[in-house]
Write a protein that binds this ligand. Structure first.
Ligand code: ZN
Length: 96
């Protein structure tokens, strides 16, 4: 049984050295980019980058939403503390 040789998708004359973890394409030395210990084709790397960008946008939005929530909540808590103090002063005044 002969060993089936895999060739690069972009260079049919060159033997593939690996497979892109994203696209599953066979890629040669020139086409592969080793990143974080795994092989990526150029296409795969672009997809990875797009995914990372989408994740960053999501996290960025989450971060901002917490900031908005904090800004909205802080005047409410200040108001509650103020009202609490006013009530305390009012009841103390009633007793004396
Ligand atoms: Zn190639």
């Amino acid at each position: 049984m002969a060993l089936k040789k895999t060739f690069c998708l972009n260079h049919p004359d060159r033997p593939a050295i690996g497979i892109c973890v994203i696209t599953g394409q066979a890629i040669c030395e020139e086409c592969s980019t080793r990143y974080e210990g795994v092989n990526y084709s150029r296409e795969g790397l672009r997809i990875l980058q797009a995914r990372r960008n989408a994740e960053n946008r999501l996290h960025g939005w989450r971060g901002r939403s917490w900031l908005i929530l904090g800004t909205l909540l802080s005047p409410i808590s200040v108001l509650l503390i103020y009202l609490g103090l006013r009530a305390m002063i009012f009841f103390m005044g009633l007793r004396s």
